[in-house]
Design a protein around this ligand. Structure first.
Ligand SMILES: Cc1cc2nc3c(=O)[nH]c(=O)nc-3n(C[C@H](O)[C@H](O)[C@H](O)COP(=O)(O)OP(=O)(O)OC[C@H]3O[C@@H](n4cnc5c(N)ncnc54)[C@H](O)[C@@H]3O)c2cc1C
Length: 390
């Protein structure tokens, strides 16, 4: 086929859920992926919340590496606070095996009726007479396809956004530069994820350890290039030398995570952006799997309505903007503001903050209880952060 209702560019979680949703609604769909193997190489710590994941797929042991019960946050002076997985946000609950998970989602899209092409890149997009011409390079051959709608699910380096003039540019303080090792020969509790916070560890970001089974874990770092004096690898290697000197590295991952917060619009005539391409990642944690899947579903739904009504204009597609903003836009705005405040906190303040809440038992830990403890022990800090904790 050369003519589709929808072409989805990129078969990460956002793209596969977009394609699946469109196909389930009866649209003709092509999902293209530039890599020869979907999900490889992995550029992710693979953490996801149970609730967020289970909204879209039934968990399957084939692609769940670990089930997580709690998250431990460690301050620069090693004060520790423990949160239950449910309270720890969108990235704690399961640790996935994304190599298998991403492929599984693409398979669901295919089962729903999408055509799927790997080793196939979109190389240009032209909009003419109300339709889109999509240039692709597939297995070395160039071809032009047409579609009524293109969904740009092409990740942090999205070219679809550039081709259609949606402004998603990232400044040096709007991206986290990340390095991660899959490590063995280290000690950790396999049902806990760990987060080391503070400038000492990772300027503008944090260090994480996400277990993958009992014997290995993703240990990684994100730093903000605008705030860091060295590159991310330097900080991670220093941390490992001090904390896991015996650890062995079996895989290395590098990548960027947008932490820009909500963009004004993720649509243009005939085009919608989803997931990392639309900067849907959380500005504090850098997590983007769940928001990407939500956006993919909403873009698929909107594509169906657009095809039904024969209207592919930016004006019509704005309902997709309204939908993703209603789902998680507010939390992107709020977490961007909180991130900006947190970047200004000195390590000594983070230490005091974690110290003041570290005694709260995990079953009593709630936002209310946190707010109370901070209010009691650090009234000025409470005042500064009040809009985020009340
Ligand atoms: C080190 C690191 C750790 C992370 N940890 C977590 C975590 O623990 N939890 C979490 O929720 N998020 C995490 N993230 C973020 C998460 O990986 C992304 O938010 C998520 O993958 C976004 O999904 P996506 O489908 O939008 O984009 P991607 O998964 O990036 O998929 C985009 C796809 O598009 C393809 N593509 C690009 N250009 C083209 C083209 N021209 N033609 C065809 N195909 C193209 C790419 O090859 C890629 O497969 C992490 C990111 C990094 C870098």
């Amino acid at each position: 086929m050369t003519d589709y209702d929808v072409i989805v560019v990129g078969a990460g979680p956002s793209g596969s859920i977009s394609a699946k949703t469109c196909a389930e609604k009866g649209l003709s769909v092509l999902l293209i992926e530039k890599r020869q193997e979907i999900g490889v190489p992995v550029r992710c710590a693979e953490g996801v919340s149970k609730k967020g994941l289970e909204r879209f797929v039934k968990p399957d042991e084939k692609w769940i590496a670990s089930e997580i019960e709690r998250a431990e946050i460690i301050s620069p002076s090693s004060h520790r606070v423990v949160l239950s997985a449910e309270k720890a946000g969108n990235e704690v609950g399961y640790v996935l095996e994304r190599k298998v998970f991403d492929r599984y989602l693409a398979m669901l899209a295919s089962r729903a009726g999408s055509n799927v092409l790997t080793k196939t890149s979109a190389v240009y997009i032209k909009r003419e007479n109300g339709i889109v011409r999509v240039g692709i390079r597939s297995m070395g051959e160039e071809e032009e396809l047409t579609a009524k709608i293109v969904i740009g699910a092409d990740g942090v380096e999205s070219r679809v956004a550039k081709w259609v003039g949606i402004d998603t540019t990232l400044k040096l303080n709007e991206i986290e530069s990340c390095v991660q090792y899959l490590m063995t020969n280290i000690d950790f509790d396999p049902s806990t994820t760990y987060f080391w916070i503070g400038k000492k560890y990772a300027p503008g970001g944090y260090i994480w350890l996400f277990p993958k089974g009992k014997d290995s874990a993703n240990v990684g770092i994100g730093v903000m290039p605008a705030l860091a004096e060295r590159d991310a690898k330097w900080y991670l290697d220093r941390f490992l030398k001090e904390n896991f000197p015996e650890g062995e590295i079996v895989e290395v991952v590098v990548g960027g995570v947008p932490v820009k917060g909500a963009i004004d619009t993720a649509v243009s005539d005939n085009v919608m952006l989803v997931g990392d391409a639309a900067r849907h990642t959380d500005p504090i944690t850098g997590g983007g799997i769940v928001n990407g899947m939500i956006a993919g579903y909403l873009a698929g739904l909107t594509a169906y309505e657009a095809v039904e009504s024969g209207d592919f204009s930016e004006r019509f597609l704005r309902r997709y903007d309204e939908r993703w903003k209603a789902e998680f836009g507010e939390s992107l705005v709020r977490n961007k503001k909180l991130q900006e405040k947190m970047l200004k906190l000195e390590d000594s303040v983070l230490d005091r903050l974690i110290e003041s809440v570290k005694g709260i038992p995990i079953e009593e830990m709630s936002v209310k209880r946190l707010a109370y403890e901070i209010f009691k022990k650090h009234p000025r800090l409470f005042w500064d952060l009040r809009e985020f904790i009340i």
